[in-house]
Design a protein around this ligand. Structure first.
Ligand code: HEC
Length: 121
């Protein structure tokens, strides 16, 4: 009898946990929803956080082959087309961060908007 009660309790717990996780992932995907992606007036501050949050800056320091450590360097990579080429995995560029995973769509939109708006500091 005790075992049955414990088993039911476990089942109950599993249900609660799975519902909770499902809710989390739905909320996450809503955040990435294109409707909530604001790309008005993008400045370097936003690009800087995108590059830090996606671990780009860890590899792309001042001494790297494509430094993304400050405004001037990120601007140069952006204007040469390499930044968009890399994050959009366009042919002819080394895909970043790797070949099968792109950074969030809103981040990529913001990078393109930043370039179109004149790579503001
Ligand atoms: C694990 C280290 C590492 C991480 C993390 C990384 N990169 Fe790179 N990246 C490299 C290396 C190494 C190269 C040079 C590859 C080559 O010689 O083609 C490179 C190349 C590039 C290039 C030049 C691509 C080209 O074909 O001209 C750009 C732009 C770039 N990375 C941007 C980024 C961005 C943006 C991120 C974050 C989303 C990122 N990288 C994350 C190591 C990294």
């Amino acid at each position: 009898m005790k075992q049955t009660v414990f088993f039911i309790f476990l089942l109950f717990l599993t249900c609660i946990l799975s519902v909770h996780c499902k809710k989390d992932s739905v909320e996450k995907s809503n955040q990435n929803n294109t409707n909530s992606c604001d790309t008005t007036n993008v400045t370097y501050a936003r690009i800087f956080s995108i590059l830090s949050n996606n671990s780009c800056t860890g590899c792309h320091g001042a001494a790297s082959s494509v430094p993304l450590n400050n405004y001037e360097n990120v601007k140069a990579a952006a204007l040469s087309g390499r930044l968009v080429g890399a994050v959009e995995h366009l042919s002819g560029f080394t895909p970043m961060p790797n070949s099968n995973q792109k950074i969030p769509e809103c981040d990529r939109k913001a990078i393109k908007a930043w370039i179109n708006q004149g790579t503001k500091n």
